[in-house]
Design a protein around this ligand. Structure first.
Ligand code: GLC
Length: 573
């Protein structure tokens, strides 16, 4: 018996230490799941945890290494989960902690890592901390950012000109405490005060709670909003005449964003997570940081321990009319900025921005994924983009996103994030197979009868099939560790070349309406390549041989070429 116990202990130690993979994330695909819209298991029209668990085979099937769950915590849903009233419990509409444990267990059995959304900047106004803060109960009295009113000519005004991301003053008067509280997002999302050490301690407990439940990292929400100027100075005007004065973009946010202290707090969280991994002999935790900030301030998060300081270049800097030079300049800039030992990342889409197929146009739906999956590092994919889902147009009356509602009927389309959050299109049955309920929290896109996963699985060539090809290509050593070069031909053709030994992989994009024939031949390249994948609208088809001294790239095309050895080895020729 004793021998058996010793043997078991030995096996457990070997199994756990042998299992640690310090590099697991370096070439990873991270898939973002927006829980409200992924899969509804109980017919209430709202996605939930059991729904997600029932669809994890899909996440594994498309080759994700990890999935990030947008917030599933208890929340009044003012900002659809980004307003949290209990950081260590599950929103009842989504399920229970037991459901969460089952989700984690199933993910593990499929080899998938679970990443939680961590929302440090604010809680919900329904959080017990906030209720106690209103009452000035210690230590909660200092957990939020409270300021006295400014009295001008006997009338009460907010303490300064700071604006909310969701329109209007960032200050809300509280009649019980007789002070204003700061909310950089909705009024139901009071900002937490990171200058308070007890609050900071509480938040580390939250991280530990979820790590103990088996999560492999955190996507840190709105991280660059955590600290504010200690003098609460007015922010300068952005001198915009095209937007109302109540719009967030009318000010330059030098006192509410990107403060130095943020980077220090992140370092302490990195250490907390590293210690946890060392103690539990588990893989390093992934930290993804969300900061819509300048390039320099974004890449600075690497040095504070972020694994993935979200690279939003495909969202914020590039658009349908960007030219090949714009792509090259930005890709090179990012590659150059990645510190030694860290890896690049490429975000294709998320729940806050129009879908990639709508931003770049339907014909270019596959292009950005092709680039993101071919460049070195981590690709971050928003659920639905792997099948080319598109934005749905919303009327103002249908709009539920606070960013849209608060902008009013004339401007809601500029701000609303509802269009990219519609339910996942699984098949052509009721509510696209998302729910048995005909009425879903956001309407299903009307194109679901033809644009859905089931259909794409049964067809020969489409977004889903291309995505799967890209994923398997990404696993090859040439993508994992080959050299990379970004070039532009004739001003309009972008060419990304990855090479390792005899293996060559090239992505070429031609977004224009004219075909091109370019000479990319060089001593390093084989004279003949083969089309491995092409965007759905391209006239070139996989299996076509091409010569590098006159490489044909049709109009509206993005093509993945490889050396023949890669194609043959994958097609058993
Ligand atoms: C982040 C989230 C967004 C949310 C905001 C406030 O930007 O991605 O959805 O509204 O933070 O938490």
């Amino acid at each position: 018996m004793l021998r058996l116990t010793i043997l078991t202990c030995f096996l457990l130690i070997v199994a756990s230490s042998a299992a640690v993979n310090p590099n697991w994330y370096k070439n990873a695909v991270v898939y973002q799941i927006y829980p409200r819209s992924f899969k509804d298991s109980n017919g209430d029209g709202i996605g939930d945890l059991n729904g997600i668990t029932s669809k994890l085979e899909h996440v594994a099937d498309i080759g994700a290494d990890a999935f990030w769950l947008s917030p599933i915590y208890k929340s009044p849903q003012v900002d659809f989960g980004y307003d949290i009233s209990n950081f260590t419990d599950i929103e009842p509409t989504y399920g229970t902690l037991a459901d969460f444990d089952r989700l984690v267990a199933k993910a593990k059995s499929l080899g998938l890592k679970v990443i939680m959304d961590f929302v440090p900047n604010h809680s919900s106004h329904e959080h017990p901390w906030f209720k106690k803060s209103i009452q000035r109960i210690k230590p909660y009295d200092e957990f939020y950012v409270w300021r006295n009113a400014k009295i001008i000519n006997g009338t009460r005004h907010p303490p300064n000109n700071w604006l909310s991301n969701f329109q209007g003053s960032a200050w809300q008067w509280n009649d019980v405490r007789k002070q204003y509280y700061l909310h950089q997002f909705a009024a139901g999302q009071p900002d937490l005060n990171y200058r308070n050490p007890t609050l900071r301690q509480e938040m580390t407990k939250v991280l530990t709670f979820w790590m103990n439940r088996g999560v492999s990292g955190f996507r840190i929400d709105a991280i660059n909003h955590m600290y504010e100027d200690i003098h609460f100075r007015d922010e300068p005007s952005a001198n915009r005449t095209d937007i109302p004065k109540t719009d967030y973009d009318s000010l330059v946010h030098i006192y509410t964003k990107d403060q130095n202290e943020t980077y220090e707090v992140l370092k302490s969280w990195r250490k907390l997570m590293d210690d946890h991994s060392a103690r539990t002999k588990t893989d390093p935790k992934m930290i993804l940081t969300e900061a819509y900030a300048s390039h320099d301030l974004t890449v600075k998060y690497y040095n504070s321990g972020s694994t993935v300081p979200f690279n939003f270049m495909f969202i914020t800097d590039l658009h349908n009319s960007s030219n090949a030079m714009d792509f090259k300049r930005l890709i090179d800039r990012w590659m150059k900025a990645v510190p030694n030992g860290k890896v690049a990342n490429w975000v294709v889409g998320n729940h806050d921005n129009h879908r990639v197929a709508s931003r770049f146009g339907r014909s270019r739906a596959d292009e950005i994924s092709m680039i993101a999956m071919t460049l070195p590092g981590i690709a971050v994919i928003y659920n639905g983009d792997e099948i080319g889902m598109e934005d749905r147009n919303f009327t103002y009356a249908e709009t539920v996103d606070p960013a849209g509602c608060n902008s009013g009927p004339a401007r809601y389309q500029l701000r609303s994030r509802d269009p990219e959050r519609t339910p996942y299109q699984w098949d052509n049955t009721t509510s696209a197979g998302f729910s048995t309920n005909r009425k879903t929290w956001l309407p299903v896109h009307s194109n679901y009868k033809t644009l859905n996963l089931k259909r794409q699985k049964g067809e020969y060539y489409n977004h889903y099939q291309i995505f799967k090809i890209l994923r398997s290509m990404k696993r090859r050593p040439v993508i994992e560790r080959g050299t990379s070069k970004v070039e532009v031909y004739g001003n309009r053709i972008l060419c990304i070349t990855r090479s390792l030994g005899n293996d060559t992989v090239i992505v070429m994009t031609n977004p224009s309406n004219r075909p091109a024939a370019v000479n990319i031949s060089s001593r390093e390249l084989p004279p003949v390549l083969i089309v491995y994948a092409a965007n759905v609208d391209s006239t070139l088809r996989p299996g076509t041989l091409v010569v590098t001294n006159s490489l044909f790239v049709p109009e509206y095309s993005s093509i993945l070429f490889t050396s023949l050895n890669i194609y043959w080895s994958d097609h058993n020729v």
